[in-house]
Each structure stands twice: as C-alpha cells, then as structure tokens.
Design a protein around this ligand. Structure first.
Ligand code: G6P
Length: 364
C-alpha cells in the first residue's frame, strides 16, 4: 500500500473522489461517433459471433455481482436480449446448464476471486464462451477468459469497492451499447447513450459537491439499529450495492429489498430506529415508489430519498442529476458511497480495512 493518499484521510475517500477521472478513463479511445457505437479492442468477439449470442449471463461476487446486475439490465435494455447476473459461487455449485448460445461474463476487480475464477474454469471446461470484465490487467481471470473489457479504474486499495464498482457498470454499459448496435439499437439511441456516457464525469463531480450535506445526514444515521434500502427495477441493484457498502464499512445492519416486496415482510421492521433509503429515479415507477414512501411514513419510518427532484414525502432527499434513464443507476449510488463513508467515520470504524473482510478472496 505505497500509493499516495493525495491529501485524503482514507483510500476510500480518495477512491470515491477519483471517480470522475476513472470514468473518463474507461471511455477514453473507445467511442465511435460515426457509427454511434464503441470499439472494445480486447473483446475477441466479431460481429457475426455477437449476433449469434441469444442470452448473457453475468457472474461475480460482492460489488462485482451488483455491478453485474446493473450491467444485465443495460444489456436487456440496449441489446434487447435476456441477461441476468448471479453470484459466481452459486452458479458453480448448482451444476448449471451451459448453453452454447449464451455469452458468459466474469466480472471482477482483482481478477483473482476464487469463486469467480472457478466458475470461469468450469464454463471453459464445458466449452462455453467466457469474457472477462476485469480491473487488474493480466490477472488470473483476464488470462483464463477468451477476451474481455478492461475496467481501467486504476488501483483500488480500500477493501470496499467504490470507483471500480462505478467503472465496471460503465464498462458493462459500453458492452451493452456495442451488442445493441450490432442488433436493433438505432443510431439515434446509440448517440443518445454516448452523449449520456460523456456527461457522466461532470455529473459525478456535481454529486460529490454535495458531500457536506451528506456528511450531516450521516451523523443521524450513525445511531440507526438497522437500515432498509429499497428500489424498483433500475433502482434495485443500486439499493443492493448501497446496503452492502453501509454494512461493510459501518457495521450497521442493512438490508436491500425491491420496494414492491416491502409489503410481503420487511414492513414489519419499520419503526423510527430503522430508517429507509429509497432509490427513486424519475422513471415510470416514480408514482409506485412514492406510494411506498406513504406506506413507510404511516409506520413512523424515516426516509432518505435519492431522486432526481425533491421528494415531499421523504424526510430528506439527495438530488442527483438526471442522465439517460438507462444510465441513471450509475449516478444514483454515488452519494450513498459518501453516506456509508461518513457514517463509518462518525462511528470511528477502520474504513479501509473493515474487520473480517479481505480485498480479494482467493480461497473457497
Ligand atoms: C471481496 C471484497 C469486495 C469485492 C469482492 C469481489 O469480498 O471485499 O469488495 O466486491 O471480494 O472481488 P473482485 O476482486 O472479484 O471484484
């Protein structure tokens, strides 16, 4: 850990602050304005082979799995083919049906996570096509896959992932755009997504400017007994990652749920000591999310909304700039990295090295 902290008190804070530059790096040299697509040099998947893909399965662990959930939605939306993400360890132990028309993606910051690597090896043994979405160049997963997309987040030292999570979601967005433009995504939509990708670095900087307000909120949440994170569709993977981040770094128990599932159980937990964070982009589901806020308020739960505009029914709102709807999840999670960080800081936690956790889990 000889990397300079550059004036930050922790690597986590430094890595959160680096995200605009990191996203700039993952985009650099890859955008093709003429054909409204991207060039991914290491993919090793020609247009004919890409057209033959009928389904995408994304495998990873921890934050990589959550970035994969965002990626799966992007692939479904932009390339209009079924895609889903699954924890690599679950996949490898359930004797999965390996389908020749499925493209498998192994997602990993380190490229060394044992469960993800073992899933790749099992897939290769069965003759599947596996690509890597990896940060560390030349790592085991990068070497064992048929090709892939490097995430270019730069070194990530803090055990909990921030900039690499964001860059992985962007890298999967690039792949989704590429697959989309080989299929039915129009030039106009390709251009719209490219413009959205290019707006991300400045918008990340804008989100991070809100830090003082988020720090104040964190002081309140430090006394929470437990926290719920909810979202629908595009908001749900964001809720999953935000919940993981908070529990890893602050040790406050947190649970993520699809907002629609609250009434099937977790509503029983709502009370003043159990606040809810609601991820509610301004999409078709905003009214439904707003109704969820009412259900929580009726049970005296406090609410922090992360949204594109002030939410009257919430106690607090963190307003995040709008991008293209498909890319919104990339921005919505960023203020919640700061919330986790400041909550942990006010509790005096060992932020860069949370107890019981390792940066890279190379054993079973
Ligand atoms: C560990 C880390 C997580 C990380 C996960 C996957 O559990 O603590 O932050 O998301 O491994 O790591 P990878 O290197 O495969 O992305």
């Amino acid at each position: 850990e000889s990397y300079d902290m550059g004036g930050h008190d922790t690597y986590m804070h430094k890595e959160i602050a680096e995200q605009a530059d990191a996203v700039d790096r993952v985009l650099r040299g890859r955008i093709d304005d003429r054909f409204a697509t991207v060039h991914l040099g290491g993919l090793n998947l020609d247009a004919r082979a890409a057209r033959g893909v009928r389904r995408v399965k994304i495998l990873g662990c921890g934050s990589a799995y959550h970035a994969g959930m965002i990626g799966a939605q992007l692939i479904e939306e932009l390339a209009r083919m079924p895609a889903d993400a699954e924890p690599a360890s679950e996949f490898r132990y359930r004797n999965p049906v390996v389908d020749p028309d499925t493209l498998y993606l192994a997602v990993s910051q380190s490229g060394e996570t044992y469960d993800t690597l073992a899933a790749v090896q099992e897939l290769k043994r069965k003759g599947a096509r596996v690509l890597g979405v990896v940060n560390v160049v030349g790592s085991a997963i990068a070497r064992e896959t048929d090709g892939g997309v490097y995430v270019h987040a730069g070194p990530e030292v803090c055990v909990v992932s921030t900039k690499c999570f964001t860059n992985t979601a962007v890298a999967l967005g690039l792949l989704a755009l590429h697959l989309g433009r080989i299929r039915d995504l129009s030039v106009a939509d390709g251009k719209r997504i490219i413009a959205g990708l290019r707006r991300l670095p400045a918008q990340i900087t804008e989100v991070l400017r809100n830090e003082a307000a988020i720090e104040k909120l964190a002081a309140d949440y430090a006394s929470a007994r437990s926290m719920l994170f909810v979202g629908r569709v595009r908001g749900y993977p964001v809720a999953r990652e935000a919940s993981l981040k908070l529990k890893e770094v602050s040790y406050i128990h947190a649970e993520a749920y699809p907002a629609s599932e609250l009434k099937h159980g977790p509503l029983a937990l709502i009370e003043p000591a159990v606040p809810t964070v609601a991820i509610m982009p301004d999409d078709d589901l905003l009214d439904k999310n707003s109704a969820t806020l009412e259900e929580i308020k009726a049970r005296q739960g406090s609410i922090l909304a992360v949204a594109h505009q002030e939410q009257q029914k919430a106690d607090h709102t963190i307003v995040v700039p709008r991008n293209e709807p498909e890319l919104d999840p990339i921005l919505l999670g960023i203020p919640l990295q700061l919330l986790a960080y400041h909550t942990a800081l006010s509790l005096g936690r060992d932020i860069d090295k949370p107890r019981n956790l390792a940066k890279s889990v190379t054993v079973e």
